[in-house]
Design a protein around this ligand. Structure first.
Ligand code: G3H
Ligand code: 13P
Ligand code: ZN
Length: 326
């Protein structure tokens, strides 16, 4: 069942965060749906209520053009039929104004992100407002972004680019957005932190206080870049440099301060890369795509269960269903 992110956030706020996972292809989609029902190796495994979670499936502009946006839509509709117990939102990740309008007109997405965070403050408000007006007219919700994510390497974490809480309050009021992506120390990709840096909880606390009660915050760049997966990649011929991501133990404290959506893309790519490298290293005569594909779908499903456990969303699916019915 496809719902809006707003409906998911109402259940999650202050208690747990909903995982927002990017997909690009069939194997990621199957692994994602299985994982959110606590299944692993087969679509026919029993649903495990204690591991089942509401989730957000997100699609970037790159994913839409990788094959054709229509393939993604058809695949997701089919997954919804194959796994009838799921409850999820379909979200456009980092949309431009034009792509937001395309998704709004298409009627399949339940949520869009307008990313005008690179614009100056007033222009970001105006652009977001236009998208909000069109989206709300069709019952679709909007995530906006204020502040800029960076990386330790660019030396902007901890300085001017973090979201300013007083600006955030004005932005939310004037733009009418339904959730706000904030910059609190994270960055996209595999190379986030060089040392022991983590989230700026002080800024998060101020943001929560400055914004309307129960207003949902979004954290981009939230992959944890597990050492274990980076090691597996490198042991199978990869050449990733030493790196670290957002410590998973920080997800729940962030959720308690209003972070309802945690974006994870890179970790899924690491799982994909490790499994495929290992498969071809261990069976060099193989040239068939299905053996590694099967291992990947199961491994990705297991990884989603782990992630949802860390986010606190594992075990929440039936609670969400009850709230939606009530
Ligand atoms: O924030 C960006 C997401 O990780 C999507 O990445 O644009 O390469 O699909 P992508
Ligand atoms: P990661 O690169 O940390 O997975 O972040 C993904 C993201 O923010 C997608 O919008
Ligand atoms: Zn992002």
């Amino acid at each position: 069942m496809i719902v809006t992110t707003k409906q998911l956030f109402q259940h999650a706020y202050g208690r747990y965060a909903v995982g927002a996972y990017n997909i690009n292809n069939l194997e990621q989609t199957v692994g994602l749906f299985r994982g959110n029902l606590g299944k692993s190796k087969s679509n026919d495994d029993p649903v495990k209520p204690a591991a089942s979670a509401p989730f957000i499936l997100q699609i970037s502009r790159g994913a839409r053009s990788y094959s054709d946006k229509r393939f993604l839509e058809a695949m997701i509709r089919t997954a919804d039929e194959v796994f009838p117990e799921v409850i999820f939102a379909v979200h456009l990740d980092h949309g431009t104004e034009d792509v937001c309008y395309d998704c709004i007109a298409g009627g399949f997405y339940s949520s869009v992100m307008i990313d005008a965070s690179h614009e100056e403050f007033q222009k970001n408000i105006e652009t977001t407002r236009r998208v909000v007006d069109r989206a709300h007219a069709k019952g679709i919700v909007v995530e906006a972004e204020l502040g800029q994510l960076g990386g330790v390497e660019e030396d902007i974490v901890g300085s001017v680019c973090l979201t300013d809480p007083s600006q955030a309050a004005e932005f939310v009021e004037k733009s009418g957005c339904d959730s706000l992506a904030v910059a609190i120390g994270t960055s996209h990709g595999a190379f986030k932190f060089t040392g022991k840096q983590g989230l700026h909880f002080d800024v998060l606390e101020k943001l929560q206080k400055a914004l309307p009660k129960n207003f949902p915050l979004v954290m981009h760049g939230s992959s944890s870049v597990p050492k274990e997966w980076v090691e597996r990649i490198n042991n199978a011929g990869g050449q990733m440099k030493s790196t670290s991501g957002v410590p998973e133990e920080q997800y729940l404290p962030a959720a308690k301060l209003g972070v309802c959506k945690v974006n994870i893309d890179t970790d899924g790519r690491l799982v994909w890369c490790a499994i495929h490298r290992e498969a071809f290293r261990d069976d060099p005569a193989n040239f068939d795509l299905r053996p590694p594909g099967k291992v990947f779908m199961a491994a990705y499903a297991d990884y989603i269960v782990h992630k949802n456990t860390m986010l606190g969303s594992a075990g929440q699916l039936e609670g969400v269903r009850k709230t939606l019915k009530g």
